[in-house]
Design a protein around this ligand. Structure first.
Ligand SMILES: [Zn+2]
Length: 346
């Protein structure tokens, strides 16, 4: 079931640079559908099938998170971001800290009660540097006895939930939604022979500067690449349509240009044609918001023809995200249809 697979991916821990748990979940899911898979020195999970010229799919495993940057004498923790957060919305959330012994500690980003704040203090945004995490330790020593150390990663604790039929919420849909598209494409195509070597890279460290995909694209040396993302759904009150990068219920989003790439029109036209032929609804992601692994992949190896297809997700880079399963399913259909015809671009 698609929902259970998304739940397993969303709930897995995988802060940028600490993707071990989510990589384990993904390798279990894809191993029946690929000829081989390996982990490179950075932690990218690189899965291959068939032979010939290479087509690369990329989806990043990592999620935005935090690292413990200091433990106070009185047992409170301080955080530094791994990836980009909106600091206005972090206060009061629970977090999961992954210790060196792979234990998970629950903490919460504490906040002074409104009763003791001056009126102007209530209007101020608290910066992450000034936030503190309460793990219930009275001293630094007690926090350390709980197994917490400097450099431990943390993520927002937000278990997956079905909101209503077809609507789901959880953390890290950016980019576990893209990971699931890649996994499902491998599953659906598992009985078909492809006229090229298909390599799927589940990338590390996208949220900290597209680093994993850069190394992987060099190693894989594809002729053609497609990055799969969970991207900025902003069809919400107060945002004019002209500023909504993508909208939910409108199907997969094809990128024309973002801050990291201007997609070759030839590839955009090809994706449109594939979608039209299959009767798959699609939308454009409005230029030029955000950036993806495509930004680094297309600059490798003397230049690689690279595009981006995304699942619309609301509230990414916040503690929660939300998507509509029909958008996810249509993105899987488009990716499968693209892969069936990708040989035409080689
Ligand atoms: Zn992403």
């Amino acid at each position: 079931m698609l929902v259970e697979k998304l739940q397993n991916l969303s709930d897995a821990f995988g802060v940028a640079g600490f993707e071990d748990e989510v990589r384990g979940v993904i390798s279990d899911m894809v191993s029946p559908y690929v000829d081989s898979y390996e982990m490179d020195p950075l932690g990218n999970l690189i899965c291959s099938r068939d032979t010939g010229e290479t087509v690369m799919l990329d989806a990043h495993m990592d999620e935005v998170g935090f690292m413990i940057r200091w433990i106070e004498e009185d047992g409170f923790l301080r955080l530094t971001p791994l990836g980009e957060w909106d600091e206005r919305i972090l206060l009061g959330h629970r977090i999961t800290i992954l210790t060196r012994d792979r234990e998970k500690c629950l903490g919460l980003i504490g906040i002074a009660p409104p009763h003791i704040l001056e009126p102007e203090e209530k209007k101020k945004v608290v910066s992450l540097a000034n936030m503190f995490v309460d793990v219930g330790a009275k001293t630094r020593k007690e926090a350390e006895e709980m197994g917490i150390h400097l450099g431990d990663p943390a993520t927002i604790h937000y278990p997956f939930q079905v909101m209503r039929e077809g609507y789901v919420t959880g953390k890290a849909f950016d980019d576990r939604a893209g990971c699931l598209v890649a996994i499902e494409a491998l599953r659906i195509l598992s009985e078909e022979q492809l006229p090229y070597r298909l390599v799927v890279n589940f990338a590390v460290c996208e949220e900290s500067g597209l680093r994993g995909a850069k190394a992987a694209a060099y190693r894989i040396a594809p002729k053609l690449a497609l990055a799969l993302e969970g991207t900025i759904g902003a069809d919400i009150p107060g945002v004019p349509e002209a500023k909504q990068p993508v909208r939910l219920t409108k199907g997969p989003a094809i990128t024309l240009a973002d801050r990291s790439i201007i997609v070759r029109p030839r590839l955009v036209r090809f994706l449109e044609e594939v979608a039209r032929q299959e009767g798959i609804p699609y939308q454009y992601k409005l230029p030029a918001y955000g950036g993806t692994d495509a930004g680094t992949i297309h600059q490798e190896r003397g230049g690689i023809l690279t595009g981006v297809v995304s699942v619309p997700c609301r509230y990414i880079h916040s503690p929660i995200s939300m998507l509509i399963l029909s958008d996810l399913e249509e993105t899987i259909r488009l990716t499968v249809a693209f892969l069936r015809r990708a040989g035409e671009l080689l």
